[in-house]
Design a protein. Structure first.
Length: 365
């Protein structure tokens, strides 16, 4: 039976532990009709309630496979959009707080990418020469653009595979919005740095000459992750001076210099797996988001593994953290009452185009 939707103001002042109990009760009442998905960067007091966890690629698979009626996504906006695109028509994707966005995704708007495509046409035929490759950390309309232009989506887990596929289609790649993931992935394929040019969307022709565009194998969008940009090479130097036997592992959204100075580079799933499989009593410096690092610090402590956060500054995904226990309790209790709040719905015609590029990614992953 459907009741009137509950306003969030009734939850705003609730204590976290009270919210936790209400979340547990609501999940019991909903049973298998609702599944809570959480990204590794999610805050601990929300992550504890997740049914499914992972990085962007893993969550993409999980969203496509679950048969729950409601997909409650404790991540950021683009993740819920991907869940909606990949799920069946009768499933409902929900984001507990609509303000949970991604600053990196905001650095590449559809209008700027369309203008870049138009500007590139002054130098070459982009539909003939360039494969657009948006990082999954992009708005749905950019994934639609990608589908329209024969492109493919990537994640930090599969960017190398995606680039290899892309170069089989066309000779160049436009990689957006994170220049660092694109640069490191290109470097891993042996592409020289001078053949990876940065496209500055604020400048005519991306701030490049026609010759630079023709030379480039990868055009890197001038975007970055606000968390991973905080990690610096001197953090690694200090760690190695203090702990010569220590091991450094970083996420590929870090700068090229940080990645090159690291012993291992990979996605959040890769970071967790690598440390899990390492010998006991090893010491690690980890360059990725604080919530994940804090979680694995405790998880691997019984194995004598010492895990240290790379930066002395707090580096959290502050936009993802907007999904708090209050918003999750509000979302679930509304579902119990038969009300859907904060549904994420990509228009059907756009979803079909976006799914083309997502399916290409899933096929080779």
């Amino acid at each position: 039976m459907q009741h009137e939707a509950i306003d969030f103001e009734h939850y705003d002042l609730l204590q976290d532990e009270a919210c936790a109990q209400r979340i547990i009760e609501a999940k019991k009442m909903l049973g298998k009709r609702a599944v809570v998905l959480a990204h590794h960067y999610q805050r601990a007091d929300v992550y504890r309630h997740a049914d499914l966890t992972g990085d962007s690629l893993k969550l993409s698979f999980l969203a496509a496979q679950t048969d729950a009626d409601y997909l409650v996504f404790c991540g950021v906006h683009f993740m819920a959009e991907v869940a909606d695109i990949l799920s069946s028509p009768q499933q409902v994707a929900i984001l507990p707080d609509m303000s949970a966005g991604c600053s990196m995704a905001d650095m590449a708007s559809l209008s700027n990418v369309e203008r870049a495509w138009h500007d590139l046409a002054d130098v070459l035929d982009p539909d003939e020469k360039i494969t657009p490759v948006p990082y999954i950390n992009s708005a749905a309309d950019l994934i639609v653009f990608c589908g329209e232009h024969g492109g493919i989506v990537c994640t930090s887990s599969n960017a190398g595979k995606v680039l290899r596929w892309s170069f089989k289609q066309r000779e160049k790649v436009l990689f957006f919005p994170d220049q660092h993931l694109g640069r490191w992935s290109g470097h891993q394929l042996g592409i020289p740095l001078d053949e990876m040019a940065v496209w500055n969307f604020d400048e005519p022709l991306g701030g490049l000459t026609p010759e630079q565009i023709k030379k480039a194998k990868i055009l890197l969008w001038k975007g970055h992750c606000s968390v991973h940009q905080m990690f610096q090479p001197h953090h690694i130097i200090r760690f190695r001076n203090q702990h010569p036997d220590g091991i450094v592992i970083s996420h590929p959204e870090c700068s090229f210099e940080v990645c090159k100075a690291s012993d291992f580079v990979g996605s959040t799933e890769y970071i967790i797996r690598t440390i899990a499989e390492a010998p006991n009593n090893t010491r690690w410096l980890v360059g990725t988001e604080l919530n994940l690092v804090s979680r694995i610090t405790e998880e691997f402590k019984p194995q004598g593994k010492i895990i240290q956060f790379m930066s002395p500054m707090v580096c959290m995904c502050s936009t993802m953290a907007r999904i708090d226990p209050q918003h999750l309790a509000w979302t679930l209790e509304n579902l119990v009452n038969g009300n859907v709040v904060n549904q994420i719905k990509v228009p059907e015609n756009e979803a079909k185009l976006a799914k083309l590029s997502l399916d290409r990614m899933l096929k080779i992953s």
